[in-house]
Write a protein that binds this ligand. Structure first.
Ligand code: A3P
Length: 318
């Protein structure tokens, strides 16, 4: 359940980094249990620091998501939409053509872990940033003063999220077993798990405060990217004008942020933006239903049933 931030020492002492048994021996992917959620051990100092010191500003937008649910896409779309005044989406010099979306929208946990929160302080408003934290462990500075800070959440069918994550983790550890990761997902112990609590926290927040928390689904965005870009633009207070609609700006943004376009760029095929992972790992296949290539129908039914039971039928997730 929701627990407030704990004093630093207590949290640090209570939280040795424990690898999920059998999952991977690579410390980059160790998780530990923090205030009811499973978090990457490497970013625990950042989470504690966010809880202690993050100061939201009016106009801030936080993109929240479970890993592998469309974070990179949402970053590109939100950046292209919010920055379209300075960077028209059809410009040959658009930042998304030379930067990975993760460079355009900083990941708060990494920044605060690295002690670089000053860099975020220095950003002009409106600031755009991202997190994988559960809603229940967000700093009260965000959740208690929601007018200062808006949240855009994206989630995805947990089966596709899991398959996507398995492919990602395999880059780090080629021997990773899908069935181990499947069990972890079912037990709620995968990175940023339990997935149902992650989704439910933001779902409830979006119901309680729809003007400050926008709840998006990857599958809806695939079906109607332009409609969702418009929704996002309205939500952040920058609706597309009739002139922009007329000029096809929405379609330009959707095209610029499409997986085909981003995948074709040199920046997204070379090197790493500074995370322990390579840029091209963030662009694989896209779309829905890859789970069927990796799960038996029984496995799919089992995970669906757990998620459905935990969500109590309230969230249209699968
Ligand atoms: P797959 O592994 O199923 O292909 P995240 O950004 O949260 O890490 O999620 C990564 C998933 O989003 C991957 O899914 C990746 O291919 C997909 N993805 C990345 N960029 C995308 C885009 N612009 N449009 C749609 N899907 C995208």
């Amino acid at each position: 359940g929701a627990v407030g931030p704990e004093p630093f020492m207590r949290s640090a002492e209570a939280l040795p980094a424990i690898p999920v048994e059998g999952l991977t021996d690579d410390p980059k992917l160790w998780v530990c249990f923090y205030q009811g959620t499973w978090v990457l051990a490497t970013v625990v100092p950042g989470i504690i620091s966010i809880q202690r010191s993050f100061a939201p500003r009016r106009g801030d937008v936080v993109l929240a998501s479970p890993p592998k649910s469309g974070t990179t896409w949402l970053k590109a779309l939100a950046f292209a939409t919010m920055a379209r005044g300075a960077y028209p989406p059809a410009d040959a010099g658009h930042p998304l053509l030379r930067l990975n979306p993760h460079q355009c929208v900083p990941y708060m946990e990494s920044l605060f872990t690295a002690g670089k929160e000053g860099a975020m302080e220095a950003l002009p408003s409106p600031r755009l940033m991202s997190t994988h934290m559960h809603h229940s462990i967000l700093p009260t500075s965000i959740t208690k003063n929601p007018a200062d800070c808006k949240i855009i959440y994206i989630c995805r069918d947990p089966k596709d999220t899991l398959v996507s994550f398995w492919h990602f983790v395999r880059k780090v550890n080629p021997n990773i077993s899908f069935s181990d990761m499947f069990e972890a997902a079912c037990n709620g112990t995968s990175v940023c798990g339990p997935i149902w609590d992650h989704v439910l926290g933001y779902w409830n927040a979006s119901k309680a405060s729809p003007e400050t928390v926008l709840f998006l689904r990857y599958e809806d965005m695939l079906r109607d990217p332009a409609g969702n870009a418009r929704k996002l633009a309205r939500f952040v207070g920058q609706p597309f004008s009739p002139a922009e609609e007329e000029a096809g700006v929405v379609a330009q943004i959707v095209r610029l942020c499409s997986i085909e376009k981003l995948k074709s760029l040199e920046v997204n095929n070379t090197g790493s933006y500074g995370s322990p992972f390579a840029n091209d790992w963030y662009f694989r296949r896209g779309g829905t239903g890859d789970w069927a290539n990796h799960m038996t129908p029984d496995m799919a039914r089992r995970l669906d049933a757990i998620v459905e039971e935990k969500l109590g039928g309230s969230v249209p997730l699968v």
